[in-house]
Design a protein around this ligand. Structure first.
Ligand code: ZN
Length: 146
């Protein structure tokens, strides 16, 4: 679809690293200095709402979301995981999987809220190092599904 950032993203990933791509959806590790491990699952074709997908497609998408959540928990050991599908700014089906920590910049509010603190640099650095293992863990989790 014209003027859709997530349709156009196919050729470039300025926003993150492409971790995995299947026929129907893809997984991107988002570049966010404040939120290491922030991952996104994006449906490849342009749909706006979950109920535009067939039952089989919905199940596939959520299965991938849960596989990513599992990998994020295993690698990042977060205090909480946030799953979110908003699409107000990019109305193209995608899910956010965000490892949350009691000391992250926005906790306990959503990551789109105002920053409430600065996380210690050494803590953030440790989490960024952990996140380096995430692409392989996500690919391993997805490969177990098929
Ligand atoms: Zn789109």
């Amino acid at each position: 679809m014209a003027n859709c950032i997530l349709c156009e993203e196919g050729a470039r990933y300025e926003d993150g690293i492409l971790v995995w791509r299947g026929d129907d959806c893809r997984v991107v590790l988002v570049h966010d200095m404040n939120l290491p491990g922030f991952s996104r699952i994006i449906w490849n074709r342009h749909f706006k709402e979950m109920t535009e997908l067939s039952f089989v497609e919905r199940e596939l998408l959520m299965t991938i979301v849960f596989a990513v959540e599992g990998a994020v928990r295993e690698v990042m050991k977060p205090d909480k995981v946030n799953l979110a599908s908003l699409g107000n700014q990019a109305p193209h089906l995608h899910w956010h999987v965000v490892p949350r920590f009691l000391d992250d910049a926005f906790f306990p509010d959503s990551i789109w809220s105002n920053r409430v603190r600065d996380t210690a640099n050494d803590v953030l650095e440790r989490r960024r190092t952990l996140a380096l293992a995430l692409p392989a863990a996500i690919r391993a989790a997805i490969s177990q599904l098929y």
